[in-house]
Design a protein around this ligand. Structure first.
Ligand SMILES: [Zn+2]
Ligand SMILES: [Zn+2]
Ligand SMILES: [Zn+2]
Ligand SMILES: [Zn+2]
Length: 380
């Protein structure tokens, strides 16, 4: 019985993608968690260029599957399983959640989300690249059997190049591999050394950083203090905004629309909402209205706040978008200022402070974008 439990855990631990550092349990959780991994971002970008790029015609049969396989007789079954279990879009073995279309074609989480995001940008129904059946978050389900089977397949440790089951690779890479990249323990006082784990003791033995003088260390610590203090300033300014007399906030829902240009573009707009007794609207656009955002790997969203009410005198405000209560999106808070009057009722477009393109695709793939807006009115 305990072996059953162990297996279950192993499957889970394997999934979040070996190097993502997202930690355990991420897989079991929904795909949101999974796609957020930093390593996934590069992957998705890379795969996109390769598999989903402008040249790829959905009518064409998929290109021959890439073989990155162990050699020799023992590899035979694994070899066949690789091509059975791989993602039908990027042809790699999925590292995290696996989704399937209603006909059973497999897609890794990154590709699935990317297809949904692309379809939103092009205003087309997303379809399975293999059988063209409709795909949506509700029509496609996870395939746990495939996820677990993949976690049992052998893979190479990128550091020592030995083979391990995918399920144990993460632990090996983090804790056991003698060749894993490590940093000197004096990194905190500025040692830049990085190297394989087995060379670490020798380096730390002869590392010059512990013998540096106080004066030298002061310089290093000064740099670190600066980045901390930037963060602190941000939080302090948020706290001081929270002391204002007039504060309003609301949940805003950005809904997707199309421009009526010849080549229509996706943009987002919220319904009108009332905060601080004024009527407002938020608008958002993708890649600053670049002509074909679906052709680029880098995705950004920017937004503007528009005052719809007429006002007698200018109202000066600070405003801030944060994650809403019901959505899982990672936002770094940024405070903006604007004096709204009847002539200057729109702010410039400013970047929506999401962490990266993967996060952006997650928002595009969702039906609506839900965030929380705070407006602080500055009173003279
Ligand atoms: Zn894929
Ligand atoms: Zn299909
Ligand atoms: Zn290793
Ligand atoms: Zn060192």
């Amino acid at each position: 019985m305990s072996s059953m439990e162990e297996r279950g855990e192993v499957g889970v631990a394997a999934a979040p993608g070996s190097s993502s550092g997202l930690g355990v349990g991420a897989v079991g959780a929904a795909l949101e968690t999974v796609v957020g991994g930093p390593s996934m971002q590069e992957e998705v970008g890379f795969r996109r260029g390769e598999g989903l790029g402008p040249e790829s015609d959905p009518d064409e049969p998929p290109p021959k599957k890439r073989m990155r396989l162990p050699e020799g007789e023992s590899g035979k079954l694994e070899e066949r399983l690789y091509s059975v279990l791989c993602c039908t879009v990027c042809l790699d073995l999925p590292k995290a959640s696996v989704y399937q279309c209603t006909n059973g074609h497999l897609m890794c989480a990154g590709c699935f989300i990317h297809l949904l995001a692309d379809s939103r940008l092009k205003e087309e129904q997303a379809t399975c690249p293999n059988c063209r059946c409709e795909i949506t978050k509700s029509l496609c389900c996870r395939n746990l059997a495939v996820e677990k089977a993949v976690s049992e397949l052998p893979t190479d440790c990128p550091f020592c190049l030995k083979q391990f089951p995918r399920s144990s690779l993460e632990r090996h890479q983090k804790e056991e591999c003698q060749d894993r990249v490590t940093q000197c323990k004096y990194k905190r006082i500025g040692c830049p050394w990085k190297g394989p784990f087995h060379e670490l003791p020798a380096h730390e033995e002869e590392c010059c950083h512990p013998t540096k003088t106080g004066t030298e260390l002061m310089g290093i610590l000064g740099e670190m203090d600066q980045s901390h203090s930037r963060e602190l300033t941000l939080y302090n300014s948020i706290f001081s905004l929270l002391c204002y007399e007039k504060i309003g906030f609301t949940e805003v829902q950005f809904r997707p629309y199309r421009t009526d240009d010849f080549i229509t573009r996706l943009y987002y707009e919220s319904p009108r909402f009332t905060v601080l007794n004024q009527t407002w609207v938020l608008k958002a656009r993708v890649n600053d209205s670049e002509r074909n955002p679906n052709l680029s790997c880098k995705r950004t969203l920017s937004f503007q706040l528009i005052l719809k009410s007429k006002v007698n005198s200018a109202i000066e405000c600070s405003f801030l978008l944060l994650k809403g209560p019901y959505d899982d999106v990672r936002i770094k808070p940024v405070i903006h200022h604007h004096a709204f009057s009847n002539d200057t009722n729109e702010t410039d477009y400013v970047p929506l402070p999401i962490t990266d393109s993967v996060e952006c695709n997650k928002l595009l793939a969702a039906k609506n974008i839900n965030l929380r807006l705070f407006i602080f009115q500055i009173q003279k």
